[in-house]
Design a protein around this ligand. Structure first.
Ligand code: SF4
Length: 362
């Protein structure tokens, strides 16, 4: 997740809620992508650190637990940059120019100059972010599937260009098992191409319910229509009061349709089945007013937000605690990333050690 500061309900419903579930099922690595934030916001870096902490506080508030997953800051694991550089050597330009979000964002974000090398190359950085942990799956929304596909292509190209070979006597037990499965048997005095450095990661598509902002458009901080995870109850209620409704309900006596109303969308996500039934009945029969209905939607929201905000407060009162979580996570990530980089350098014949040339000393 990019370090863009405090998160809103759209971020929660679109990703975070799913991550909280995933931490119980997978060995998860979640990072605050401060380098990725620079691909579009390079001109003003004054709030990068502050924004990273805000993201972390919202993660902890939502229920990510440092005992169950690894949370870290991208820039605290410099190996991401090294792998990005190495992968950039083998990634054809055409692959990057074809990424759908590249064209789309260049056309939509007019106020910033995105004609930069970093912006074109950010999917390569993403690939490095994924491959460095040898991820099997990446939880993404529909719009990111193309990026995971690109990551697979880059992994395939790397594995093809730099096959890992090991003499049979030096195979690790895991490599021996892999070779036996692949080649049928392992002979003595033979060199084997062993399991490639990078597995090909799969997209784990997260079904994301439609979550409109207060003006009915997609919730986004840049549209000014977002309900933040940190909004206190009176602010949530006030924002809901101004939320657009089914345009067919001009007068109180006009029947409406919750399926055509942004408030109805909120109810579907946050309200109980019982409230939803009251909304459906009351809206369609003009038995309830929109003000009353919005009040129920606000009840559903604050029921979720209040405990989150209480959890957040604990860390906001003691930011050192939050920072320590990031530091411990970053150290763990550096270990895993470092081990992968050793394999990558080996496969590419790039050594960090000084190896004197073979032959007689002069
Ligand atoms: S009653 Fe509720 S669902 Fe129906 S139009 Fe009003 S706010 Fe929307």
């Amino acid at each position: 997740m990019r370090s863009t500061g405090k998160l809103h309900l759209g971020n929660y419903v679109g990703a975070l809620q799913n991550w909280v579930r995933m931490q119980d099922e997978y060995d998860c690595f979640f990072f605050i992508a401060d380098w990725h934030a620079l691909t579009t916001d390079y001109a003003d870096t004054s709030r990068v650190k502050e924004n990273s902490i805000e993201v972390l506080l919202d993660w902890l508030a939502a229920g990510l637990d440092p005992a169950k997953c690894v949370m870290f800051i991208q820039s605290h694991v410099p190996a991401h940059a090294e792998l990005h550089l190495l992968l950039s050597m083998i990634t054809p330009l055409g692959w990057l120019e074809r990424v759908p979000t590249y064209k789309e964002q260049k056309e939509n974000i007019k106020e910033k100059d995105l004609g930069t090398y970093g912006f074109l190359g950010y999917p390569v950085l993403q690939s490095a972010d994924i491959l460095i942990y040898k991820a099997d799956v990446v939880p993404v929304g529909e719009d990111q599937v193309a990026h995971v596909e690109l990551t697979r292509e880059i992994a395939r190209r790397f594995n093809l260009l730099y096959p890992k070979t090991v003499e049979s006597e030096k195979l690790t037990p895991a490599q021996r098992a892999w070779c036996t499965a692949k080649y049928g048997q392992v002979l003595v005095n033979t060199v084997y191409v062993v399991e490639p450095v990078f597995p090909e990661p799969q997209s784990l598509l997260t079904p994301t319910p439609k979550l409109p902002g207060t003006d009915g458009r997609k919730m986004s901080k840049s549209y000014g229509n977002a309900i933040m995870l940190t909004d206190p109850e009176p602010v949530v209620r006030q924002k809901l009061k101004t939320m657009v409704t089914d345009p067919a309900r001009i007068r109180r006596s006009d029947p409406g349709n919750p399926d055509l109303c942004p408030v109805g969308d909120l109810h579907k996500i946050f309200s109980s089945a019982e409230t939803m039934a009251k909304v459906n009945e009351g809206c369609r029969s003009a038995g309830i007013g929109c003000i009353e209905c919005k009040g129920w939607a606000a009840d559903g929201l604050v029921k979720i937000l209040n405990p989150m905000q209480a959890r957040r407060q604990k860390y906001a009162d003691n930011p050192r605690l939050a920072w320590d979580i990031l530091e411990a996570g970053s150290a763990r990530a550096r270990d895993v990333a470092g081990a992968t980089m050793n394999e990558v350098r080996d496969a590419m014949n790039i050594s960090l050690e000084y190896e004197p040339p073979k032959g007689p000393a002069q």
